[in-house]
Write a new protein. Sequence first.
Length: 226
Amino acid sequence: MYRYETHCHISTTSACSRLSPEDAVELYTRNGYAGIFVTDHFLNGNTTVDASLPYEEKIHRFCEGYRAVKECAKDRLQVFFGLEFSDRGTDVLLYGLDEEALLKEEKLLAMDLSALCRYCREKGILAVHAHPFRDAERATGFRMIPEVEGIEVINSARSRLSNELARTYAAGQKMRKTGGSDCHAKDQPVLSGMEFATPLCSERDFIERIRRGEGNIFTLQNVLCK
């Protein structure tokens, strides 16, 4: 099986991350992954990008983490592009955009999550509600997004309760399911992701497979923590 990380943050671009491009390549190759999606916090989230810059320059800076991982990985690891879009404490993972597309989509920043998810469906972009119950232990923070296409039902940075609630919610709403690590450091004890019988060819290939119901969610113990 070919294993892929669907949710990780690189310190180049995500202010909350301690995972350098070099660390990311070591982490995922040592743990037997075929590839990763770099899903850094977008311009409306916890980003290192200077908000005072012109929009085009902000997009170029935002993509630096992805480009750095891709350069470090070379032929050792497939590297795909994604992002985490934030709105008032709720986060959505987007797959199917790239730097060229983002340069034309400044209007995304003015959208609320419902409008964003409707737009994504129209454009063929996959929108997945990230860790919808991450504050489950405090019984705060849940926000329903009926227009979203998928739910991250396993997030290995979150509690068992958070993930159980996410699985129940996804089943009740009949939404597509994904799993990911939400990784911010190479010493995260448990990792997750999606596995497929054959390698992914592109971001579009990933989207189509998820929409066909293909792929399994997996978790594993990080070998760097043993």
